[in-house]
Ligand binder design. Structure first.
Ligand SMILES: Nc1ncnc2c1ncn2[C@@H]1O[C@H](COP(=O)(O)OP(=O)(O)OP(=O)(O)O)[C@@H](O)[C@H]1O
Length: 366
């Protein structure tokens, strides 16, 4: 088991990279602590698989270092890194039984037979594979094959880390939920560093204690699911996490007031001063639909907005609102009255984020 550190790491698939866009991984420094359950979350093409393959040694980075417990491992081939990796599609031996497939990684490193037997039974039990142990892998369903593949990743308890690259993609939705919980259980039981790649925020939040959100080859935020929700560090995190994503709108200061389009946004002094100080043309305020305060009648410091649509989602509704040219979403609980034509909205200062050139700027609210 190990701490995995990435130091000034960068990777390009091009022979002579020039601009930042030429890099699948832009220079980053990042630490996965020993024993943590982590998710690497991001859209297709943001560099997740590239990063995993660099950690496991399948790919050599263009620059920077990979360290396991402080030791540089760049020169070590995958088999010497002591890492287990589970891929999107099953990697198993079709002609072997399930038992032998699970035993393989242990026998490969000379584990004594009694220990092999004990671990195979334990992992088979956790993954509900015990009834299949004697069957040939080729006769299994797609779900079962992937479970065997996961079992092969989990069977050794002496690995530095287990890396999962979208392991549940081919799994039936109902079983997916069950396996995610199993993985969490396994993590708690064996205390192994686990990094789980996914583009699904729900999958990331249910598995991981901390999530690294990747965007265009960079980790733009590393935090708990709650931190990502409440304080997105980058507009992409605001947009990608949550459903619907964060409201973001351009703002500037005019005549001592913060305005968006032509609407005055009543905000506290801290936000006003920070907007006034921002030296950029890309200055936005962000607030999640959950934190927009909605009233049916005028309130102090409320902004009148046009209600364009109401989507009833059972336990809550999503309002589509318009403020001049700005479209906004607000979420209201089922027991709150739903305004019909006009709504009076407020943005509580504590839930408003300021984003300058896409990154969050901390505001002193005092
Ligand atoms: N072998 C390769 N040769 C050239 N470019 C590559 C190669 N593998 C990946 N890329 C490019 O590197 C970038 C990052 O790809 P990567 O597969 O790491 O992203 P990802 O986040 O894992 O995406 P996905 O979820 O679709 O697998 C993409 O622009 C991709 O086109």
């Amino acid at each position: 088991m190990a701490e995995i550190a990435l130091k000034s790491l960068a990777h390009s698939y091009l022979a002579n990279p020039g601009s930042p866009e030429d890099y699948a991984i832009r220079e980053m420094t990042h630490v996965w602590q020993q024993g943590g359950a982590y998710a690497l979350l991001g859209p297709s093409g943001c560099g997740k698989s590239t990063l995993l393959n660099i950690i496991s040694g399948l790919l050599e980075p263009s620059s920077g270092e990979v360290l396991f417990d402080g030791q540089v491992v760049n020169a070590l081939p995958p088999e010497e890194r002591n890492i287990a990796q589970v891929f999107q599609f099953p990697v198993i031996y079709d002609t072997m039984t399930v038992y032998d497939n699970l035993a393989f990684p242990l026998r490969n490193v000379g584990t004594p037979a009694d220990k092999v037997h004990e671990r195979v039974l334990e992992v088979a039990d956790v993954l509900d594979l015990t009834p299949q142990l004697k069957r040939k892998a080729k006769n299994l369903s797609a779900d079962e094959k992937q479970k065997v593949s996961m079992g092969r990743g989990l069977v050794r308890d002496d690995v530095s880390a287990i890396l999962f690259d979208e392991p549940l993609t081919v799994i039936d939705p109902q079983l997916k939920w069950k396996l995610r919980r199993k993985l969490k259980e396994i993590h708690q039981r064996f205390n192994i560093t686990m990094v789980y790649v996914t583009h699904d925020q729900l999958e990331a939040s249910t598995f991981a204690d901390k999530i690294a959100v990747m965007y265009e080859g960079q980790v733009v935020q590393f935090g708990t699911p709650r931190e990502l929700f409440e304080r997105p560090a980058h507009t992409f995190v605001g947009y990608f996490i949550g459903s619907p994503g964060m409201n973001l709108f351009d703002v500037r200061v005019r005549d001592g007031e913060v305005i968006a389009d032509d609407t005055v946004i009543p905000v506290g002094r801290g936000i006003h001063d920070a907007v006034a100080r921002a030296r950029s043309n890309n200055v936005r305020l962000g607030i999640r639909p959950e934190f927009v305060e909605v009233h049916g009648t005028p309130v102090e410091a409320g902004i009148e907005a046009v209600v364009e649509d109401v989507q009833d989602l059972g336990t809550y509704s999503i309002l589509s609102l318009r403020l001049g040219d700005i479209a906004l979403k607000a979420r209201i609980d089922e027991d709150s009255p739903v305004p019909s034509k006009s709504a009076y909205i407020r943005f509580p200062d504590e839930w408003v984020g300021l984003y300058v050139d896409e990154f969050r700027v901390e505001i002193d609210h005092e």
